[in-house]
Design a binder for this molecule. Structure first.
Ligand SMILES: [Zn+2]
Length: 263
């Protein structure tokens, strides 16, 4: 290995990532500058490039003290670093999880082995091959004149992070994204929508979703929440909104877009 080349190091251990306290947070440099032992990073996985420098995932079994940085939750990077850098950190977590959860074949139960020319695991017995799991999800902001629909999700109500956000849900097998948007909105809130428009997407590595963001307009029906998913759902005036998801999330991006359209 060329130890003089500057690289981005995504060092993951026990569900956390090693971050430096300043700059871009992700450790950057060559092995000598960072005083990183070459043996420690010998089983690195290529993740792509950021600003023309290679990015590597390095997985430690325990949170080894490498002499710099601290291990932190991935969420601490959300909204604090460049979106692309966050996405690569998310990719590091998803690939780390993939290798951990695909050690044995789901078809015949034999041991799986990593393929050396792409990120995949293959069974040595029946040749069944698996790739990192990506779960498509839709997330949709709904407008009604100068109001937007925001819900308190049960998972947020239980936490200290009580934010009111847009509706979301996993795409089902055999479903288009547009059908998924209509179905999720109707199941969770009881209303019908129209003018469904795709906005943008965001990889959401908690643990392996791909959020696809839409906006839509209210068409008909009264709000009737699914109590298994939501604690409440209400139309809010855009100039009097409750606590919202943090900047950097796709939910917030959709809400900000709807606010700008309404004023
Ligand atoms: Zn097999």
């Amino acid at each position: 290995m060329n130890t003089e080349k500057n690289c981005w190091w995504f060092i993951v251990a026990e569900g956390q990532i090693l971050l430096q306290p300043q700059g871009d947070f992700i450790p950057y440099g060559n092995l000598d500058d960072l005083s990183l032992d070459e043996a420690l990073v010998s089983e690195k996985v290529e993740l792509g490039h950021y600003q023309s420098s290679p990015c590597y995932l390095v997985e430690f079994k325990t949170q080894i003290d490498v002499g710099f940085g601290e291990y932190s939750d991935l969420r601490t990077l959300l909204g604090t670093v460049d979106d692309r850098l966050f996405d690569i950190a998310g990719r590091a977590f998803q690939i780390s999880l993939f290798y951990k959860t695909h050690q044995f074949c789901g078809q015949c139960g034999e041991k799986m082995q990593a393929i050396d020319w792409e990120i995949a695991m293959q069974c040595q017995h029946c040749k069944h091959r698996c790739y990192p799991r990506v779960s498509p999800c839709i997330i949709v902001g709904i407008r009604k004149e100068k109001q937007i629909l925001l819900a308190l999700h049960r998972r947020h109500q239980k936490s200290n992070n009580q934010v009111y956000t847009v509706l979301a849900g996993f795409t089902e097998a055999g479903e288009t994204l547009e059908h998924c948007v209509e179905r999720e909105v109707y199941e969770e809130s009881g209303i019908k929508i129209t003018n469904i428009e795709y906005v943008t997407s965001q990889p959401w590595p908690f643990p392996h979703s791909l959020m696809m963001g839409f906006t839509a307009d209210y068409l008909s029906g009264d709000i009737k929440i699914d109590p298994r998913e939501l604690s409440s759902a209400t139309w809010y005036d855009v100039d009097n909104l409750p606590a919202l998801p943090v900047e950097g999330t796709l939910a917030r991006k959709l809400i900000n877009q709807m606010i700008s359209q309404c004023v």
